[in-house]
Design a protein around this ligand. Sequence first.
Ligand code: SF4
Ligand code: SF4
Length: 472
Amino acid sequence: MYDPKSSKAEEFISHEEVMDTLEYAQQNKSNLALIDSIIEKAKLRKGLSHREAAVLLDCDIEEKNQEIYKLAEQIKKDFYGNRIVMFAPLYLSNYCVNGCVYCPYHLKNKHITRKKLTQEEIRIEIAALQDMGHKRLAIEAGEDPIMNPIEYILECINTIYSVKHKNGAIRRVNVNIAATTVENYKKLKDAEIGTYILFQETYHKESYEKLHPTGPKHNYAYHTEAMDRAMLGGIEDVGLGVLFGLELYRYEMAALLMHGEHLESVFGVGPHTISVPRIRHADDIDVSAFDNGIDDDIFAKLVACIRISVPYTGMIVSTRESQKCRERVLHLGISQVSGGSRTSVGGYAEPEPEDEKSEQFDVSDTRTLDEIVLWLMELGYIPSFCTACYREGRTGDRFMSLCKSGQILNCCHPNALMTLKEYTEDYASEETKKAGEQLILAEMKNIPSEKVRQIALNNLTQIQQGSRDFRF
Ligand code: SF4
Ligand code: SF4
């Protein structure tokens, strides 16, 4: 029985409801009147239901698809302007007791190098990340109650926040660790994490159980209900995601949106972010063994449909994707990208030796952060290192109401410029610095409020003189 308010995974992600949705979408994929009415609804910028989004995803009328892309682009501009938030992943440990068949960290992989960073190694990695210019991290760890207990994760978060190297600081630590208890989520909340991220991998229960044959992650309900426990533990910002390629993308998008609808109806807050990773080659993993892979065109359509369905939810694309592909989806709805990433345990301070590889997947976009910052500016975007919201207590429904009313833009835009200024002062190459200075100068004129512009201008001067960490 489908019930978005239920606390049971199989009721808020009801398989029957997903299947009915897919059938409805197939039946209506050429229904011009319905598609027009859904596009009109999407133009109100209040989002779409999973059923409506599924119809647009299946829509086979080329002219309407172009309208969908155009609308996604417009909504992206309205909610996020031309800013792109930057982050980097940091893998703490690849010890894992699970058997996920798509991940090289699975327990049975005996030839991958297993590593776990010590606190001293973390300090060195953080200094290296700060020297690149990063301010926002997503920490990742395999599930291993003995090697990576919650106490280890908490200690790592504490260490990360404590490192102040030159002018650098990691100001927001997002956490991507295995589903856990309400009690542990409370501990993460107390450790002042930003977003708790957990990818569902696939919402299709039968496939989920096959893809996770062993280990605690095998338990579909425990994994799928994790965000409810995180919210009960006081974490208001949660990040959803699916690993596209494991199951039918149509199934996944409908279920992903149902998950968001569930959180909204129970807790009054939808997901803070949605990630859209696609399966990648890795040690021990052959992508061709998964027959639900999606091409770049479908990927672009997915991003566009998610963007117009949940306009106020940030969307993340990582360095799994190539420069070309990232460029395409940036226009359609992506608001956050990683840069200069290492998907190995450590590897920022020193490259890993060839015979000690610990990567989770092959990176496709291997450019440095500086190259990515410059590239974004050349495309007309403002790379932003802003981390202001959770530090100002703008989380959960408070954040969402500011987002939905569009007021958040009054913070995002000047914050982007001030944090970019910090980047150009402290870390940029000559070429990037020059482009950054020009961009900041031009963009300052676009701050509508005279008062905000004056404060931002004053802050920019102070940054030039050596002060750091201003925010609205
Ligand atoms: S996906 Fe996560 S839980 Fe699964 S094997 Fe990899 S690290 Fe472990
Ligand atoms: S002001 Fe808030 S929403 Fe805007 S970029 Fe900064 S942290 Fe994100």
